[in-house]
Design a binder for this molecule. Sequence first.
Ligand SMILES: [Zn+2]
Ligand SMILES: [Zn+2]
Length: 171
Amino acid sequence: MTIDISPVTTSRTDSLAISCVYAEESRGVFEDCLSGASISSDVEISGSVDDNGGCITLRISVRFGYGGECARCLDPVSGSFDALIERTVITDPEIPEETDEDYVSAPDGKLDLDAVILEELLLTFPTKLLCSESCPGICPKCGRKKKDGECGCDKKEIDPRLKILEQLLEK
Ligand SMILES: [Zn+2]
Ligand SMILES: [Zn+2]
């Protein structure tokens, strides 16, 4: 969604509270950058846009719950995402290049909140969901989850190049 922050960019006020919710019908826009996870709650945005002597700053927190599968063992994984986003708001449509600061452009006081949140998700949402950092995954032979115990498969993983060597040695 696009929010109107023109009261701040036109100096009619120096602080504007932001509070909005992306409910089920509108939060799908974020799921493409969630590594296969789906959002299981409303996406709640709260914060403010403030003008500190001509420097306009957007500060919002983004919160939602998500669910997905462990990338190693495929067990269901759920978690919550909570991030604080801070951007310097400029009203020029062009973002200055060669800068370390995070800028967001709001021409005519219109700020594209979706774009700000998407950018943050791409940068900070885990690229792989794991049931635990140390998840041992599944046995490549029988598919049993290793955390459920030993499956008894032959663990000797033979490198295909070594396999050729082994065949030569057997002759
Ligand atoms: Zn796992
Ligand atoms: Zn096995």
